[in-house]
Design a protein around this ligand. Sequence first.
Ligand SMILES: Nc1ncnc2c1ncn2[C@@H]1O[C@H](COP(=O)(O)OP(=O)(O)OP(=O)(O)O)[C@@H](O)[C@H]1O
Length: 680
Amino acid sequence: MTSIEVENSLERNSSNESVQVIVRCRPLSEKELEAKCVSVVKIYPTRGVIEVENPKARSENEKNKIFTYDAVYDENSIQQNIYDETVRPLVASVLEGYNGCVFAYGQTGTGKTYTMEGRAEEEMGIVPRAFEQIWAHIDRTTGVEFLVSVRYLEIYMEEIRDLLRIKSTKSHELREINGQGVIVTNLHSQTCQSVKDMLRAMRTGNNNRTTGMTNMNEHSSRSHAIFQIVIEMAAEHSKSIKVGKLNLVDLAGSERQSKTGATGDRLKEATKINKALSSLGNVIYALAEHSAHIPYRDSKLTRLLQDSLGGNSKTIMIANVGPANMNYEETIITLRYAYRAKSIKNNPTLKRVNYWACNRRLKDLNNLLWKKSNGVVTTNIDDIEVVSSDSEDESNKEEKEKKLELGKMEVDELAKKLKLLEKQMVHGGKNIVDSVNENELRLEHQRAEIAARKKREIEMQQKLELEEETCSELKQVFASLQQQVDFKREKLKRLNNKLQSIRQEIRDNHEVYIKDRQEIEEANDEAAMHLRQWFLVIDNFVPSEERSRLINLARIEPTERPLAHNYRRPISDYAIQTCQNSPKYRGENVLDLKLDMPLRTTQDYNAPAICPQIKSIVNDVIRNEMDNNHIVIKLPAHSVGRNSSKLEQEGKYKQATKVMVDMHNYRNRQIPKSAKPVFP
Ligand SMILES: Nc1ncnc2c1ncn2[C@@H]1O[C@H](COP(=O)(O)OP(=O)(O)OP(=O)(O)O)[C@@H](O)[C@H]1O
């Protein structure tokens, strides 16, 4: 019953589950205390909240950053609580046949190794506690056979090394196998029968793991380490076995060269570590964003964690942070990664394989061997086929004997393996009657209950906070809405008053308008009457050719002239003045209007007649148009001044005027402002 055989036929039972993210903050280190660093991290364990204060904040907005996770642990948290509250349920799932993964992520020196491996007995980390849980479960489970094996590998400088067979020269490649996910070739699998066996394997691996000293950590892990536990469980009366796989991952820490002071090999390691971690970050990002392409193939680390991130595993990410102000940026980066990982959804799968399928192959081979050794004719079973015939020649016989021999060897080997496996298999329920174990079990149950209750409390607290937030948001919205309503009501009132006054104004205006209209109509009627009178006068006294002009010039005199000595007295200024000098107009209201001569006559339009003298002037002007930006207008002796009267006498006044006008326009248009006309 090897794991390869086991995974040949899978029975799946899956559901969607988010990656669980917890944050752990270690205390200020001695070095940090010496450097007078202060803590900028505040942890609220009951709310699952971590608050980080930006030491370089310029505004209130930048000051505090708050993140919420499934659970948070401060510097006083103890290993036991972290394990019981977060990892214990996951290991319990692995013992039911699920895949599980716990990985520690964070800046160098923040306590990843401390969290995973721990220190002394009471400060044991997650890995040894998981061993204890597994074996405690095996010890009290009756009627089930367990086969527990471990593997331990590290990825150092992008190379996979078997930490349980460090001297092995075999190369380790990554291979994706259908139904098994990504596996590492030639990796030693060590079967364990107790906690001690597992601890031994862990210590062997730890001793072989690459560590180094940096400014940030005396024992800095220079590689990513994966401790894998495979538990195969076969119930007595069940025809299938369950397989649970647990990956416990201690990643190397992200680091800045300026802080670690890494040079030479340390620097090369750091470059590879950071590269792999950034690939991990990209995978987390892509999964969180539900990208179509997840870049698992960018590094060996991400390929090995493929099942744990977005795959068929239950996963816990432990983000380790330091509290010091000098590590503020690194802390925020870790928290952001962790926050993103929260939205990754996995599809944990319960694995069952047909138990009898494992043994049947062995039985078949045994049968085959028996039949062959007894010369019984058989048909095709696996790749060994014997056909009994009288005509077979010697060489054929030899070949078949060889095959038979090989088959025998294979069966022997498998039988040996089976015996070994049977030996390595542990029958559960060894210590079930032990009262100490019973107490332990009870204690474990209680711890699990407390952990579950705490988890529920955090969840409820977070829900409550969320609801409170929404409530206060609603309240705020409501308050602002109320304010808006009040404001608008006021505005409406004001507008209503305004509307009333405007309506009143409109009414008033309408009345005024009607009045005005009536007055205008009356005035209009009166004017029309006067006009008719004037038309009567014009028709009777004004010659028809002057009528239109006179009408324009005529002054309407609506008032009746008073009578004096039977004469009408003049009332216009002109008549009054004129009457004083010329008695013949006295009493008459007649205007002495001089006719204005029109500027043009129709003759001008037809053929503008310009007298020859004027023409020559114009020609002169055009000819002497430009002279160094001056227009020189040379007027001949018979210039306009002298000739205009002459032209006038000749009845050419209008033409002369026109020419002068043209010249004037010409000057206005063409001569620059600075230019001066030069007259001879
Ligand atoms: N919660 C804690 N309580 C007390 N000491 C701690 C805690 N976490 C870490 N430490 C101490 O801090 C030091 C660094 O821890 P650790 O080696 O686990 O860091 P790391 O994250 O694994 O570092 P690297 O990535 O460099 O391997 C160790 O001396 C460890 O004992």
